[in-house]
Design a protein around this ligand. Structure first.
Ligand code: CA
Length: 361
């Protein structure tokens, strides 16, 4: 996913809403019924992400017997796509659906609750969040912003990106112009690449005209919708920079705390349901998308060579440590994350990895 795309798509709508200034603070109560508003970072109707957020709202209403109703607004309909954090934090709306790494500028530690390069996959980060102390840390970090976080979706392992130059050694990144945001971008810079920032709407033509040589996006399902298969020769795996990005439900802390105990459980349960369903939907849609891409036979699907992966891993480690060293909270979160990762990898090496190595060769 890419915030710029959402920003661009939503810009027109946002301007109108901002002018109207139509944001009030408290949840509306009518008798027994509580009404919340949810804002998201996704364009209207955006598959899996926006449709998932809407399904969450529907489930909350059903599970609460209609006592908690959530009206969902897509990015830009009420606040800008990247205004989610502030709107929920300030209480202008009660909750939001987005991704924590978008808030790195306000809270560097937030990135660890979405994904870090060479970090945990979806199963691993869910284990960390639910049972390894990760969610407790996330709650601690977000409490300062008057927010309660819940994991509410995961992209699964993303793809490494679309390239018009073959990557055969780490030197092939030298001078390579790539659109890749966040920590992944910092890693590419270390490898000698030129990170180009582009709004989502401009990536396709930039790749087509050679303004950039490569771009990452998400996975086959969303990438094919962008049309990258028509303007790139190589589709590289794996998405080392986003091995399983968590989507977040962020709730205004006052709004959450004021819910009766049973409605808190409803919200938590619906978030957990969305968390597993969104990952499942991503996996299903990506598998179908990949099959379609393979059938077209126009794009070569390649793996980064082991030597390249080793170098990227080294640069990623340096990058993550540098970012963690710059912020006390980020360091605390990174320490906990790395400790858990090390322990989990010990197990995964003889469980998941051993299994897939054996069955897939
Ligand atoms: Ca991505």
């Amino acid at each position: 996913m890419d915030r710029r795309k959402f920003l661009k798509k939503a810009a027109a709508v946002t301007a109108g809403v901002a002018a109207a200034g139509a944001v009030s603070s408290a949840p509306v109560r009518a008798g027994n019924k509580i009404r919340w508003r949810m804002v998201t970072s996704w364009p209207p109707g955006f598959p899996i992400l926006q449709t998932g957020a809407e399904r969450f709202a529907k489930r909350v209403e059903e599970m609460s017997g209609g006592r908690l109703a959530i009206h969902v607004f897509a990015g830009g309909e009420l606040v800008p796509p990247l205004g989610v954090f502030d709107a929920v934090s300030q209480g202008s709306v009660q909750c939001g659906h987005s991704a924590a790494y978008y808030w790195a500028g306000k809270c560097p530690a937030a990135q660890w609750f979405t994904t870090v390069p060479f970090g945990l996959d979806a199963q691993g980060i869910n284990s960390w969040l639910y049972f390894g102390g990760g969610l407790k840390l996330w709650e601690e970090v977000y409490a300062k912003f008057n927010l309660v976080p819940r994991p509410a979706g995961n992209t699964g392992v993303q793809m490494g990106g679309w390239f018009n130059r073959k990557i055969e050694s780490i030197d092939d990144f030298k001078g390579l112009k790539m659109r890749i945001p966040g920590l992944g971008g910092k890693v590419i810079s270390k490898a000698g690449g030129v990170v180009v920032l582009l709004p989502g709407g401009e990536i396709y033509t930039s790749l087509e005209r050679g303004v950039i040589d490569a771009t990452e996006w998400v996975g086959p399902a969303h990438d094919l919708r962008m049309g990258f298969q028509r303007v790139a020769k190589y589709y590289y795996t794996p998405g080392w920079h986003e091995p399983g990005s968590v989507l977040e439900l962020c709730i205004n802390k006052k709004a959450y705390d004021s819910l009766p105990a049973d409605l808190k459980i409803v919200v938590d349960a619906a978030a957990a349901e969305l968390n597993v369903q969104m990952l499942s939907e991503f996996e299903t849609a990506n598998a179908a998308g990949l099959e379609k891409l393979r059938a077209d036979k126009k794009v070569q699907i390649l793996s980064f060579p082991p030597e390249v992966m080793n170098k990227l891993r080294q640069y990623a480690e340096e990058t993550v440590n540098e970012v963690a060293a710059s912020d006390k909270t980020a360091k605390k979160v990174n320490d906990a994350f790395q400790k858990f990762r090390k322990q989990l990898y010990g197990w995964n090496r003889i469980s998941e990895k051993a299994y897939y190595d054996k069955i897939m060769g």
